[in-house]
Design a protein around this ligand. Sequence first.
Ligand SMILES: NC(=O)c1ccc[n+]([C@@H]2O[C@H](COP(=O)([O-])OP(=O)(O)OC[C@H]3O[C@@H](n4cnc5c(N)ncnc54)[C@H](O)[C@@H]3O)[C@@H](O)[C@H]2O)c1
Length: 321
Amino acid sequence: MPPKILVTGAAGQIGAELVPALRLRYGNAQVVAAVHKAPGAEALRAGPTVTLDVVDEEAISKAVRDHGVDTIYHLAALLSAVGEDKPDLAWEVNMKGLKSVLDVARRSGVKRVFWPSSIAVFGPNAPRTMTPQNASLIPTTIYGVSKVSGELLCNYYFLKYGLDVRSLRYPGLISSEAPPGGGTTDYAVEIFYAALEKGAYTCFLRKETALPMMYMPDALDATISIMETDVARVKLHGGYNLSAMSFSAEELAAEIGKHVKGFSVSYAPDRRQKIADSWPMSVDDSEARKDWGWSPKYGLPRMTEDMLSRLGRRLKPQKDV
Ligand SMILES: NC(=O)c1ccc[n+]([C@@H]2O[C@H](COP(=O)([O-])OP(=O)(O)OC[C@H]3O[C@@H](n4cnc5c(N)ncnc54)[C@H](O)[C@@H]3O)[C@@H](O)[C@H]2O)c1
């Protein structure tokens, strides 16, 4: 029997691509897309949808009951840059939302929960390159604090209630479908739109700022793969380090410049620079590779080519690609 899935945050950058990927795999009717206030993208309506606030435990419970849900992908959250602007709301949505989902899951007999953590769990005192799985977790953003607390809560629910929660520390995600929702790595998506639409981009990070990144097809693969892995192979229920590529803003600009003639980038660091400076430049994901066979397919050149080709078909290019 295919799983019956509820995806919260379904209209976000990840949900907009994870929902169609899950529906392709398990069938449209098997995947319920939960959106917040907005109706959500047209594509989400290819299967069942619900509208709910993740801090409302009863609303989650009703969605699980009404649709016979046995698996939850809990994506709804406030991201790093928005979180620093609204720390109280970030704590409320990220922590109360997660606890509500976990409580509904354990009481309703939900078999498995996916919850994304982030490289934001690390702070400036962790090694900045090839940051190990077990580096100290002292983040300096409320987003990072909520992710560390969330990891601990997920692990606690696994130990205390036997709830099978699985989690990945996503790096910055680059994708061509839905725009990113207010994180510190958003520049790596914006830059592609700007290259194709204007031939120029002003980056909000310094040019030498390097961060761990991943292309969305790899993130979807990793997510579905850890959720389908036999429970015996999942050794960590808090959050696996996950890695694909690492590059600076300047290196990404140069790679795009190989395809977009005359593309120019200037740099005007803003408040997000401080967040980026507190995060790893690259992470060591050997535990994920060893435990459940993780391996990414996209590096910088292949991701850049694919992004430009997908966006080029959608946008009217003003520059030759
Ligand atoms: N995108 C990335 O680069 C990245 C990296 C690391 C981790 N993550 C994690 O992955 C998850 C999804 O991220 P994303 O990039 O898709 O985020 P996003 O901001 O694009 O989407 C989040 C969605 O959550 C919804 N939402 C916000 N508050 C809500 C509430 N109270 N009730 C219900 N829905 C609510 C929003 O409407 C939005 O559609 C988050 O947990 C995020 O921390 C993302």
